[in-house]
Write a protein that binds this ligand. Sequence first.
Ligand SMILES: NC(=O)c1ccc[n+]([C@@H]2O[C@H](COP(=O)([O-])OP(=O)(O)OC[C@H]3O[C@@H](n4cnc5c(N)ncnc54)[C@H](O)[C@@H]3O)[C@@H](O)[C@H]2O)c1
Length: 277
Amino acid sequence: MQSGYLENLFGLSGKVAVITGAAGALCSAIARGFSAAGTTVALLDVAAGKVEQLAQAIRSEGGVARPYTCNVLEKASLQKVAESVLADYGRVDVLVNGVGGNRPEATTGPELSFFDLPEGAIRSLFELNFLSAFLCCQAFGRAMAKAGRGAVINIISINAYRPLTRIPAYAAAKAALANFTQWLAVHVAHEYSKGIRVNGIAPGFFLTDQNRFLLLEEGTGELTPRGKSILSHTPAGRFGEPQDLVGAALWLASEAAAFVTGAVIPVDGGFHAYAGV
Ligand SMILES: NC(=O)c1ccc[n+]([C@@H]2O[C@H](COP(=O)([O-])OP(=O)(O)OC[C@H]3O[C@@H](n4cnc5c(N)ncnc54)[C@H](O)[C@@H]3O)[C@@H](O)[C@H]2O)c1
């Protein structure tokens, strides 16, 4: 193999990545992946204990990581954290917007009809899944605009392509985030620098706390009919593992993706491609 070939193409050593929702199931794996690639990771999460533990674990594995406890929906505290990250590391090369999720109170079912979905739950899902990423792009994008380089990666969902049943607010908020990903990709290239890229990853089904109640029966842990249907529509034949997202995230952050912007990449075991027949 040509010496340095992969390092030139994919190398992320010495870069700084800000990861939001870093203590969560998916983004903790993404954070560890960046760290293993030699990237300094600034870990943002509202769960103080969990994000501190993650930073400690990454440091004990030889990485450079710092926790920043922060509610990304509070603009003033987010701004302070952005200033702290810049004071601590002097640059932001990558922003992974991972905060998001669905909630039972915004999910239709036998006990909760569409007509009774509470307005507060709908609003809060739009804040959690759309506004969170929007505000973080404002807070950390400024440093990228100034530097003329950077990669934003929004963690979206396959719901953005076609809405799944039962979760209308989550699906619509993720569709809004996919739309914003395209908008911002164009805007930063036109107004600031062609060296800033904005992309998304659309995970398929990963068995985590936010969807366990939909995929597994509470008492038995058996697959629900929805869980079975998902697996039968997933050519890979399994749920995703958090580690499955790492390669796409590192690629989108790297020089190998220099001509990729405004894209949303499905990482879903083929779910999105399968028409069911
Ligand atoms: N789990 C899946 O199957 C799946 C599928 C598609 C997309 N996604 C998306 O991937 C992302 C991560 O999902 P996950 O399953 O790891 O979720 P998770 O609930 O495990 O992690 C989310 C993290 O965000 C943090 N957080 C929540 N609100 C916050 C706020 N206001 N400020 C700062 N931190 C906050 C939480 O403390 C948590 O650590 C989400 O955007 C989710 O919608 C997940």
